[in-house]
Design a protein around this ligand. Structure first.
Ligand code: ATP
Length: 320
């Protein structure tokens, strides 16, 4: 384990009765890192976030926040931690200022420093103009900002955000995303979400959880490599025999697609597009389309989370 890991999750389990919602989860989050935590509905994201946030006891395993065990020393660990749960703990009858003053108190910020902490959190979350407004009367996007403000008010080293953009309109989503990026300048962030472009635009690393198990843990760079195009879709009016296409340098596979086009697979770094165009012109193949096929994070996600259904049977031993 690295000294610079602000979150260390070791062999985490959580059962709800018979149901194993989190199964032997292990991962670390380093200082300054933004990790996107993805998974289909019911995968165990919220359960994991609530355990890391100290709001739910695990059935087994350990969570260290900046080296402090959240079970052994919950108060000390929580001082290092800001948490925006799926349902933000907002008091709708309070004004933004009153609510943040309350949060500053329960986070044990010294009386003399509370005003400055509140002002800074409001400033960072774009709430300075609405301090006197009742939370109940704010738009959902602004309520979410208040939720993020309470998570960062005590300058924790780790901030957990559980689906922070759920239920927001596209403009609010953009605003909250840029706020998250800003928060990430000073804190390590774990962000659970369903929105895949959000992960690509905000995160350094992607973790995918499925049925309580970690099924992917990769940096955005590794993902980018994985998502690089390695197939071309080609439409030819008078195609040559497949063997002729297969003999082009770099081509590793040629398969017909339903609509009459051909899917041409090639080696990474050896794109045969130019050669195909040249030969098509020289031999009169009638090339009228050539498109690189990029895999999206969404496809990877679907492939991993549906493919995994076959990998882990329900009957598998799940002793903690
Ligand atoms: P979503 O994206 O829908 O919020 P999630 O990935 O956050 O899903 P969890 O909420 O952690 O998933 O739920 C994981 C599993 O545990 C689900 O099957 C859920 O039904 C079950 N579960 C969650 N909370 C409880 C509870 N209090 N009692 C019983 N089962 C629960």
């Amino acid at each position: 384990m690295s000294m610079d890991s602000l979150i260390i999750v070791e062999n985490l389990y959580r059962y709800y009765g018979e149901l194993c919602a989190v199964h032997d989860l292990c991962f670390e989050v380093r200082r300054g890192e933004v990790v996107g935590f993805l998974g289909p509905n019911g995968a165990g994201k919220s359960t994991t976030m609530r355990i890391i946030g100290g709001n739910l006891a695990p059935s087994g395993g350990r969570v260290l926040i900046n080296g402090i065990d959240i079970l052994d020393q919950p108060m000390a660990a929580k001082a290092e931690l800001g948490f925006l749960p799926e349902t933000p703990p907002l008091y709708r009858d309070l004004t933004v200022d009153e609510y943040l003053a309350y949060c500053a108190r329960i986070n044990r910020i010294a009386a003399g420093q509370r005003r400055a902490a509140i002002n800074l959190a409001k400033e960072r979350c774009g709430l300075t103009a609405v301090g006197r407004r009742l939370i109940a009367n704010l738009s959902k996007g602004y309520q979410q900002r208040v939720g993020i403000a309470q998570a960062i008010i005590h300058s924790p080293s780790v901030v957990l955000l559980d689906e922070p953009t759920v239920g927001l309109d596209p403009i609010q989503i953009r605003e909250i995303r840029s706020l998250i990026r800003e928060v990430a300048n000073e804190h390590s962030v774990v962000l659970s979400t369903h929105i895949l472009p959000e992960v690509q635009s905000v995160c350094d690393r992607v973790q995918i959880i499925n049925r309580g198990r970690l099924v992917l843990n990769e940096s955005i760079e590794q993902m980018r490599e994985k998502l690089q195009a390695t197939t071309l879709l080609v439409a030819l009016r008078s195609p040559p025999p497949v063997s002729e296409l297969e003999s082009i340098d770099g081509v590793v596979s040629v398969e017909p697609v339903d609509d009459g086009r051909l899917r041409i697979g090639y080696e990474v770094g050896n794109d045969p597009a130019d050669a195909i165009v040249e030969q098509a012109v020289a031999n009169g193949w009638g090339l009228h389309e050539l498109t690189p096929e990029r895999m999206t994070l969404e496809q990877v996600f679907v492939e991993i989370t549906t493919g995994d259904l076959h990998g882990h049977g329900e009957s598998e031993g799940e002793a903690a």
